[in-house]
Design a protein around this ligand. Structure first.
Ligand SMILES: Cc1cc2nc3c(=O)[nH]c(=O)nc-3n(C[C@H](O)[C@H](O)[C@H](O)COP(=O)(O)OP(=O)(O)OC[C@H]3O[C@@H](n4cnc5c(N)ncnc54)[C@H](O)[C@@H]3O)c2cc1C
Length: 259
């Protein structure tokens, strides 16, 4: 099987993230970039399917030079090779443009199964899997908490409020996974060393025949009109319990219609 896992590098969620004044884009240069958390589950799922059914796992990532660090991390988990789509014209691309660029790469690499995370931790639009499937003209099976492959068919389980859905389709297909679908493996020392030698193909927009006029901040269909820092958290209300703490806490909650 030719399995391609889309991996996004996002700013570390543990540090303060800032937007670039005038642009409204995320300041990615001055913060540490990490693999989008759910994408580690997507990589793990790809590796498990390849181990069970044979085949190769290719990491696909679009982003600036520093994305190479996250690509090496993904390769050290066990993926076979990677494609890094890097081009200055892509900076500030919205989801429409990102899906256009990634689908153009996938049309050149080919694929039986594309696996993505259900959403990124920075933009959280959660639309890439659907947009990619639409552009590639293949089925999409989203928010999978279990993935099964049987010959040329893929079946997922998707948790719902009432239980779960079973969704099936023929390959090739696009699947997005949710957190806790599996337990991502930690890269071993051997894996980290091997990753240094694994092939990473670097592609530009010209290599995939995508017009720079269709991507990037200047051509985004969405624009951040304005943004403001979150107001500092107001100090909480301190209730000293003089035997009536419970009643006063209940009154506090009732006033605010929590109860
Ligand atoms: C704060 C902020 C707000 C934004 N708001 C919007 C908006 O409202 N509308 C809009 O169109 N764009 C928006 N963007 C831009 C958007 O982040 C990018 O276009 C992004 O590449 C795709 O959106 P996403 O991360 O939300 O994708 P999601 O659909 O949330 O990501 C799902 C999966 O797609 C894959 N993926 C996403 N990006 C990449 C990538 N670059 N390389 C490889 N795989 C990838 C990963 O597997 C990921 O788990 C915003 C960006 C930021 C930082």
């Amino acid at each position: 099987m030719n399995i391609v896992v889309c991996v996004k590098q996002v700013p570390d969620t543990a540090v303060e993230r800032t937007l670039v004044p005038g642009e409204g884009t995320l300041d990615r240069a001055s913060v540490v970039g990490l693999i989008n958390e759910i994408d580690e589950y997507a990589i793990e799922e790809g590796l498990r399917i390849a181990e069970a059914h044979g085949g190769e796992v290719t990491i696909l990532s679009m982003g600036p030079e520093k994305v190479s660090e996250s690509i090496r991390k993904a390769l050290s988990m066990g993926a076979d090779k990677a494609v890094h789509l890097v081009d200055d014209s892509l900076a500030g691309s919205d989801a429409l443009a990102t899906s256009l660029a990634l689908s153009a790469v996938l049309k050149t690499t080919g694929f039986d199964l594309v696996i993505l995370g259900s959403e990124s931790t920075d933009a959280r639009t959660g639309v890439l899997p659907a947009m990619l499937a639409e552009r590639l003209g293949v089925p999409q099976l989203t928010l999978a908490s279990k993935v099964d492959i049987d010959g040329t068919a893929v079946t997922i389980r998707r948790m719902t409020d009432d239980g779960y859905d079973i969704v099936a389709a023929d390959l090739p297909a696009v699947v997005s996974v949710v957190e806790k679908i599996n337990e991502p493996r930690y890269p071993s020392f051997k894996g980290i060393m091997a990753a240094k030698k694994k092939p990473v193909q670097t592609l530009s927009l010209a290599d995939i025949s995508v017009d720079a006029g269709a991507v990037g901040l200047a051509n985004a269909a969405t624009a951040v009109a304005d943004f403001a820092a979150r107001p500092p958290r107001a100090a909480g209300v301190v209730v000293t319990d003089e035997g009536d703490g419970g009643a006063r806490a209940a009154a506090f909650l009732a006033e605010r219609k929590f109860i």
